[in-house]
Design a protein around this ligand. Sequence first.
Ligand code: ADP
Length: 487
Amino acid sequence: MLGYIGAMKIVHVASELFPYMKTGGLADAVAALAGTLADLGHEVSVFLPGYRTALEHADAKRAERTCRIKIEMGDAFISGDVWAFSPRKNLKVHLICREEFFDRGHPYGTEERDYEDNADRFIFFAKGAVEALRLSDLQADVVHAHDWQASLVPLFLRDAERRHGLTLAMKTVFTIHNIAFQGVFPARMFSRTNLPDELNAIDGLEYYNQINLMKGGIMFADRVTTVSPRYAKEIQTPEFGCGLDGVVQTRADDIVGLLNGIDIAVWNPAVDALLPARFSAANLAGKAVCRMQLLKSQSFDAKFTGPVFGMICRLTDQKGIDLLLANADFFLRENTRLIILGTGAKRYEDALHALAARAPHKISLCAKHDEPMSHLIEAGSDFFIMPSLFEPCGLNQMYSQAYGTVPLVSQVGGLADTVTDADADAANGTGLTFPATAEGLEDGLQRSLKLFADKPSLAKVQKRGMDRDFSWAKAAASYEQLYQDSL
Ligand code: ADP
């Protein structure tokens, strides 16, 4: 195709889409990307499993059944329905429905373990999306699959084209939101794909006598993306590649990292209705009100004048909770406040509760999911701590900058791409960065005390962060460019 300009037909396939199903950043990223591309005038479709929460959502009241699908899964045929609705102009959401697979409380499993039939569920989903594309005769310019649950879409699409002798899409794109989750299943599940046997080999889906669905996406999509440039490089190394670094390396020429954006309608201190007061770079008075409210909410002295540190995250290894715990003495010793919001692994909840119990007047853990509280922490803190061991993109370091809260981040993935160290680059610094080790974090914490004591420098760092553009408009423009380049 020559110099493709103008509106494209773009199809996303993903296992999460805000507000119909969300467990993490994937849901927000797909929703914001699809919505922004639709607003730009492209014809956008998103395929999502027909979860109960999606079917019960008010938007789905207007859904219409668009087709009935019969999907070959091994030596059986499994049927389902496709329902579609349009939540906004140029955007259509298609739900691949089969109660047996998707009418459950959680998308992937219970607290203890993943569902036993996840290979069947998501192979059915990916095949269902391709079959629905075929039946609808949509003729997509780009089919864009996200994470392991949709990673076989590029392969199924080309396989369907070969079987039926037609073209379903010009190009395919696969995005890795987190390479730590790969969809690894017993080798016998390969039969469910009905793909040619040669793909059940080392240069196919085979992976240490099992099958690895994400490997299929990385190997067979026309373009591969990650959600930050640094992460695209990191996952080509054994330290970050989670066993797929060699596979990613084979696509080194076709892989690109495009930063996620943040939803500036929701995360903007100038209009944030969840805050007791609003503020902007030009007038920070409201930030002081938020700070007082935050201190009060934890029963801390509201007149405290030292630095307030905030942290919001899932309590998992990834988020560097061990590095924080290794620096417990800093918070016990120094005249600071530390407020953590997060749930997750019980051992971390217990350890953080124990830490807070040692100094209840200055350290607190809120072990719950609380959206308004997360806004108050972002607005009311002086510093935001994010010592992740790896971070494909990360959102809170961007929210922090938008809210004039100086992020303290480890130098990994999207954190390294979005925060500039104020000591290393005095003219452009927006935060403090350090190696992802306990000593690294200690160094960052020490430097934050110095920065806090130097109010003119602190104000400059805050303002530069607030002036940065982390909007999805910018992020979506890079995807648009990628699609056009690939076409
Ligand atoms: P990840 O997707 O790895 O969890 P991100 O930083 O990309 O990390 O996104 C996490 C999102 O979830 C952020 O918007 C963060 O504020 C939010 N979040 C995490 N834990 C909580 C919580 N306990 N309460 C409210 N929001 C939370």
